[in-house]
Design a protein around this ligand. Structure first.
Ligand code: HEM
Length: 422
């Protein structure tokens, strides 16, 4: 369908508008119905169909390195803050922002350490953390899914995995939440809601300095944690450099803080608003796995991912030129009716090949951990929280666009059963 550049820009600007944060899906449908769009005549292309996103995610010509952009991104309709600030940030880019061969080398070293077996061993500990969170809520007689369960669970797990003292967590959480906003595309014309660049630089550099010290400490006093394992990780005679170690730890920590919280919250929200909670109690674990997969499709914690075209990429309805900035709306692709029948229906029984964890070389390295944490959290919640009801549907949302999720989600309940009784 043909649309004017100004109209395309208007549609995209609405996506960044906080007014659409609670339910951006009607807007995603409208954007996808227009087909791939170029924004305001600028070298910025927005893709929203499943096929276009999957093709570009797999295409070797699509890069995550910002220097391939044909013009500085600041003056374009989409302001890419992370890219703009790159020169001011201490440290080097982590694997998420590196192409091959560096990307493959870094990923192999980390994947050898952060394995599915390491994750599986965490299950009893993850269950204990979820149960302890519900015990505290039972004592208080109040439960906010985000503040009491979905937030603390992944944060505690990633801190314990990395060997970060939990006492330091509030400090780290502040930096991490700030940095998550650097992933948001910002409408260059927006006057409100823009992240403060100086704050982003300061958060990044504080997190870098924190891990600089932790890595130095672990070199002399190794522990039973991922940082210590990454220090000695080796692949064909290669190891992570000191700077690579620091940015890898920071990436894992931010990913652990900012994503799974939304998966757990979104899944509880979907269950309660679709009244599936009782069903879960009857059929239990295998069904919970499908519920989590459907939640990843239906309301993905990472709504969009960016790329730069290193060379021209030909799609059925658009030619992406070398140097174009590409925004892929994974959340729109996950509701593409060409792939998912009745896409606005929350249906855990459907065959699910969603794009919530991306695709291709940058496919989420933390997917096994995220899936396990969410499955454990939902199982504990379903077993123990009796007659839960949402106080507000929809709940209030965080201002983040890329990592979208509820800010708070209080629920009322009849009681919270003890972990042993449930
Ligand atoms: C529900 C939770 C999560 C979701 C939805 C999610 C989603 C994603 C997505 C979409 C990507 C690809 C980004 C791109 O292609 O540009 C990605 C990459 C990545 N994720 Fe996750 N993630 C989650 C949890 C985690 C966790 C818990 C960790 C680790 C603690 C993690 C670590 C990573 C890493 C290291 C990458 C970069 C992989 C690479 O560049 O090769 N993620 N994630």
């Amino acid at each position: 369908m043909t649309t004017t550049p100004a109209r395309n820009l208007g549609l995209f600007a609405q996506l960044l508008d906080p007014a659409h944060r609670a339910d951006p899906y009607p807007l995603y449908h409208r954007i996808r119905e227009h087909g791939p769009v170029r924004l305001g005549g600028a070298p910025v292309v927005v893709l929203s169909s499943y096929q276009d996103c999957a093709t570009v995610l797999r295409d070797k010509a699509s890069s995550v390195e910002r220097h391939y952009a044909s013009i500085p991104l600041g003056p374009t309709p989409v302001h890419d803050l992370a890219g703009d600030l790159a020169g001011e940030l201490t440290g080097i880019a982590p694997m998420l922002f590196r192409d091959n061969p560096d990307h493959a080398r870094l990923r192999r070293l980390v994947a050898a350490t952060f394995t599915p077996a390491v994750v599986r061993r965490m299950e009893p500990r993850i269950t204990a953390i979820a149960d302890a969170a519900l015990d505290r809520a039972a004592e208080r007689g109040q439960l906010d899914i985000v503040a009491d369960l979905a937030g603390p669970l992944p944060v505690t797990v990633i801190c314990e995995l990395l060997g970060v003292p939990l006492d330091d967590e509030p400090l780290i959480r502040g930096w991490s939440t700030g940095l998550a906003r650097a992933l948001d595309p910002v409408s260059a014309t927006a006057t409100t809601g823009r992240p403060d660049p100086a704050a982003l630089v300061s958060d990044n550099n504080a997190l870098h300095d924190y891990f600089e010290q932790l890595v130095r400490h672990r070199r002399t006093r190794p522990g039973d944690d991922l940082v210590s394992a990454l220090i000695v990780a080796e692949d064909s005679g290669q190891a992570l450099s000191h700077d690579e170690l620091i940015t890898t730890c920071a990436l894992l920590l931010i990913a652990g803080h900012e994503t799974t919280v939304n998966l757990i919250s979104n899944t509880v929200l979907a269950l309660l608003s679709h009244r599936l909670h009782r069903q879960i109690l009857r059929v239990a674990p295998p069904f919970v796995t499908s519920v989590v997969e459907e939640s990843l499709r239906y309301d993905p914690p990472v709504q969009l991912v960016p790329r730069i075209a290193r060379e021209a990429i030909q799609l059925p309805d658009i030619t992406i030129a070398a140097g174009d900035f590409i925004v892929m709306l994974l959340a729109a692709a996950n509701r593409d009716p060409a792939v998912f029948a009745d896409p606005d229906r929350f249906d855990p029984a459907r065959a699910n090949r969603h794009l919530a964890f991306g695709l291709g070389q940058h496919f989420c390295l933390g997917a096994p951990l995220a899936r396990l944490e969410a499955t454990v959290a939902i199982n504990c919640f379903a077993r123990r929280v009796i007659d839960p009801r949402l106080v507000s549907d929809p709940p209030s949302y965080r201002e983040h666009v890329t990592l979208r999720g509820p800010a708070a989600m209080p629920v009322t309940f009849a009681s919270i059963a003890s972990a042993n009784a449930a």
